[in-house]
Design a protein around this ligand. Structure first.
Ligand SMILES: Nc1nc2c(ncn2[C@@H]2O[C@H](COP(=O)(O)OP(=O)(O)OP(=O)(O)O)[C@@H](O)[C@H]2O)c(=O)[nH]1
Length: 447
């Protein structure tokens, strides 16, 4: 994994680092080169000096030989002085063998052996074998002269080096800036902008057109590829999130539906009833609209279970709920299973009379057609208690009255409808009988 330095780290461009290394390398190589050059120059200077001095000495020997043979010290001194004035010569000494007299010219900084020491023979026409020389000629080189020569040569080399290094560094800096620094900055800027929702930016490298590609182009291509991958990945993610969200919403709806629905009959369950009815009551009270409820309870349902089994009873409950739901106004009325074989129909915008008519209709659809359960044809009936919400009456009070009306319907022989009525004072209830089919031997509705 890429180890990132802390943001507080000092920035140092690659060009600067490269130039620093070039300068260091140039200095090192210059030191080595200058050292070698100095040594070579010194050696060459020495050789040149010996060769030149040998020539000068050879040329001077004739004169010195004559002057010393003629015992002409002035001429010897002249010759010594001439030799000492040569720029390469530091010091010249002529020693007469017989007299021991010294003729010197120039300046000798420190005592050291002469670079050249030659015997001065007698003039050629007088020379005899085995004759001792008239004197010696000693010449010392001028070290300052050679040092200056060396210094000038080294200075030239150093200046050339510095100039060359400076040029190289300038070229490197220019190339690095145009080819590396600026494009890398563009790429870094582009990479910083690669965020969700902001990947539409285009990577433009501010560098001249070329007929070839280099590392920067490869990196740029990599980032563009990364951008494309990010875009498609984010698009996939968006799609996935949308799908998952839709699935989740479906599941939430399903869970909500299941939590509010009775598993057997698909009617609202008791919990949903409590929540929904309370808000229906508040809404109707707020807008002064009527609201009625119908309690429905199957008659002698225990017998169905006892005689045909619980599973058959379940089928009967399901069928009864289905028939009732078909009779209700879609999106307005709704049915809840209150418990066991007891249901509650909630009828917004309905007066007690309309609710009573609906209850009668429900009674008819329940009893009117036998319920087919595995070849069995079961005829069932139900009793109904109707109540309409009154003024400031609470939901519980209304339900109590509907339940009491149902109780009255049961007491009246079942398979009939009773409506709870409120007197002007209090919630004292009485029930009005609405319907009782003769087919089952029950009474007709009574006031
Ligand atoms: N199959 C089935 N039976 C149920 C269910 N819930 C309640 N019951 C039965 O419904 C019957 C209700 O009996 P009772 O309360 O005595 O009422 P009933 O027999 O209908 O008599 P009345 O209401 O007085 O006419 C009981 O036998 C319960 O077991 C259910 O979900 N499925």
């Amino acid at each position: 994994m890429l180890q990132l330095l802390p943001p507080s780290s000092r920035f140092r461009s690659i060009a600067t680092q490269l130039i620093a290394r070039i300068v260091l390398l140039a200095l090192l190589s210059m030191c080595v080169f200058v050292g070698a050059l100095a040594w070579w120059e010194y050696r060459a200077g020495q050789q040149n000096f010996r060769r030149d001095m040998q020539q000068h000495a050879d040329a001077s020997l004739l004169l010195l030989s004559s002057a010393m043979w003629d015992i002409d010290p002035a001429m010897v001194r002249n010759q010594v002085s001439w030799l000492a004035k040569l720029p390469q010569v530091g010091f010249v000494r002529v020693r007469a063998t017989t007299t021991g007299e010294l003729f010197e010219g120039g300046q000798l900084a420190q005592p050291r052996p002469p670079a050249i020491a030659i015997n001065i023979p007698a003039p050629r026409q007088i020379q005899t074998a085995g004759e001792i020389p008239l004197g010696t000629l000693e010449i010392w080189e001028s070290r300052s002269y050679y040092l200056e020569l060396m210094r000038n040569s080294i200075l030239g080399v150093v200046l050339g080096y510095v100039l060359f290094t400076t040029l190289v560094c300038m070229v490197v800096a220019m190339v690095m800036r145009r080819q590396l620094r600026d494009p890398l900055r563009d790429i870094a800027h582009f990479a910083r902008g690669l965020k969700p929702g902001g990947q539409s930016q285009t990577l433009v490298l501010g560098r001249p057109r070329r007929a070839y590609i280099d590392e920067i182009d490869l990196v740029a291509r990599g980032f563009v590829q990364l951008q494309n991958n990010l875009q498609s990945h984010i698009a996939d993610l968006d799609q996935l999130v949308a799908e998952r969200t839709a699935q989740l919403e479906q599941m939430v709806d399903e869970v909500k539906r299941l939590s509010m629905t009775d598993a057997l009959t698909s009617c609202y369950n008791r919990r949903a009833l409590d929540e929904r009815l309370q808000s229906e009551v508040e809404r109707c009270r707020r807008y002064g609209r009527p609201l009625s409820v119908v309690f429905m309870d199957l008659d002698h349902f225990k017998r169905v279970n006892d005689e045909h089994g619980h599973a058959t009873g379940d089928v009967v409950l399901r069928e009864v709920a289905l028939r009732c739901q078909r009779e209700l106004r879609t999106q307005v009325d709704w049915l809840a299973r209150y418990g066991g074989e007891e249901f509650l129909a909630v009828l917004p915008e309905s007066q007690a009379a309309e609710a009573s008519q609906l209850a009668s209709r429900l009674g008819r659809v329940i009893r009117g057609r036998p319920i087919d359960v595995d070849g069995l044809h079961l005829t069932v009936t139900a009793s109904f208690g109707v109540a309409q919400l009154q003024g400031e009456e609470s939901m519980e009070s209304m339900l109590e009255r509907a339940d009491a009306a149902l109780y009255e319907a049961k007491a009246a022989g079942r398979d009939c409808v009773r409506v709870s009525e409120i007197h002007a004072r209090g919630h004292k209830k009485s029930a009005a009988a609405m319907e009782r089919p003769s087919a089952l031997g029950s009474q007709e509705s009574q006031p």
